[in-house]
Design a protein around this ligand. Structure first.
Ligand code: UD1
Length: 422
């Protein structure tokens, strides 16, 4: 198992190219399975979650070639002959559950392991299953697996209201419906850019989908989908993470290239309130601190609200603000596993229900801390870059799930991060 040894404090000065989005790439990979011919996906990041999903897809007999130098995936589903996604693969990454929608859409049947628990508490899939039943699928649970089947080649469809709105359930329902349902309507659908990209990409393959990016998505069956060239979006969470890192590290001047600022939703608005210099010019974002960070309290919300995937990083920055603040996570009620670790570095955070209260102005000093999940881990790296002295961040395999070349990118702009075998 690898760990990072980080010397601090270090400003970040220079340019970081933003990678393709993990959360947008995964639905595109599932969509490629639905094609009648191979699909090429560009700008796919080299991340552990992508390699895991490659394995899940290959398990079905689908060919997956990852041209790593070009960040290009070629998925050929023409020899797909197995409709199973086994537990030992699905348990490694929850989004493997997209195989349920993809296989039902492709073959009319699927046996997919239930994803199991998550580091930040329960993450149910009840809406995925109820939505599929509303569409006309027979769903049964057997020994930890979901057994799904459509009774006929074509099903009438219907409608389903997601409460709460869910990215994953929207993706699964779209995937299942495009080749099967005469007409299926998803109400309170997720509006996240990842869902819009999926729907646009499926439409490029020949699907009939209306309303992507709004809260009502209507899907009408098409008989065939052709493989094509798809282009993944830049990672908006990676973008936000590096923006926050630059703003909290005095002396930084960071340029992020290849961004899609319009996908950041409410984030830039909150970011402007901290007082940092922010420049957005086409696909390039520049950030530098402007005096000390002002305390800004936030509440996470579905897109275009403040993303839950940036709340741990925001809390880390707020520990350096010149006053107190709070963060309420209204999406996940228990996503604060990073708090005790951040406090070990000298921060002063206290969790009450789904709100974390943050005392600003805390001097951080280097020590050993443990990663607990993906976004928690990057927050510890950011805190370690702000801390005086040497820190160790253990279990960085969490980071490898979602940040492409993290230490290479940060070291190129002045960080001092070494990866060593624990
Ligand atoms: C996706 C992202 C994740 C992000 C999250 C919220 C991927 C691979 N992951 O996760 O990084 O943090 O969106 O933006 O894209 N819910 C139910 N029942 C369900 C499904 C969801 O109650 O069947 C609830 C969840 O507990 C949560 C809310 O709906 O409170 C939103 O979750 P959802 O949008 O489904 O998150 P994911 O798609 O799993």
């Amino acid at each position: 198992m690898d760990k990072f040894i980080i010397e601090g404090p270090t400003p970040l000065r220079g340019t970081i190219p933003i990678s393709g989005s993990k959360n947008a790439a995964l639905p595109l990979m599932a969509a490629a399975i639905l094609g009648d011919s191979p699909t090429t996906i560009h700008r796919v990041p080299k991340l552990r979650d992508i390699y895991t999903f490659n394995k899940v897809i290959r398990h079905t007999g689908t060919s997956v070639e990852f041209h790593e130098v070009e960040n290009k995936l070629v998925i050929d589903p023409t020899k797909l002959d197995t409709t199973v996604a086994p537990y030992d693969l699905v348990r490694k990454m929850r989004a493997s559950f997209y195989m349920l929608g993809a296989l039902l859409g492709k073959k009319g049947e699927a046996k997919v392991s239930l994803p199991g628990g998550c580091a930040w508490g329960p993450r149910p899939v009840d809406l995925h299953l109820k939505g599929l039943e509303a569409m006309g699928a027979d769903i049964e649970l057997e020994e930890g697996y979901v057994m799904g089947a459509f009774p006929n080649e074509t099903i009438p469809g219907g409608e389903f209201t997601l409460e709460p709105s869910s990215v994953g359930a929207t993706v699964n329902l779209v995937l299942a419906a495009v080749r099967r349902a005469e007409k299926f309507v998803i109400n309170n659908a997720a509006k996240e850019p990842d869902v819009v990209l999926l729907c646009d990409s499926l439409s490029k393959m020949g699907a009939n989908i209306e309303g992507a990016g709004t809260s009502t998505i209507t899907i009408r069956k098409v008989d065939s989908l052709s493989g094509t060239e798809l282009f993944n979006d830049p990672d908006r969470i990676e973008t936000g993470t590096y923006m926050i890192a630059a703003a909290m590290l005095p002396g930084s001047k960071l340029e992020l290239t290849g961004c899609k600022p319009e996908d950041l939703g409410a984030f830039p608005k909150a970011f402007k309130k901290i007082g940092a210099e922010l420049g957005i010019n086409g696909t390039t974002i520049t950030v530098s601190p402007n005096g000390s960070v002002k305390p800004v309290s936030i509440k996470t919300a579905i897109y275009p609200g403040f993303p839950t995937d940036l709340q741990a990083q925001w809390a880390t920055m707020m520990s350096q603000a010149n006053g107190d603040s709070s963060i309420t996570d209204s999406i996940y009620f228990d996503r604060f596993s990073y708090v005790p670790e951040l406090n070990r570095l000298g921060a002063n955070l206290e969790v009450k229900k789904n709100t974390v209260h943050i005392n600003g102005n805390q001097a951080l000093s280097g020590t050993s801390v443990m990663s607990t999940d993906l976004r928690a881990s990057v927050s510890l790296v950011m805190a370690a870059m702000a801390a005086e002295g040497t820190s160790e961040v253990l279990r960085v395999y969490h980071l490898d799930r979602g940040y492409e070349n993290l230490e290479e990118k940060l070291n190129a702009v002045g960080a001092k991060i070494r990866r060593v075998d624990e």
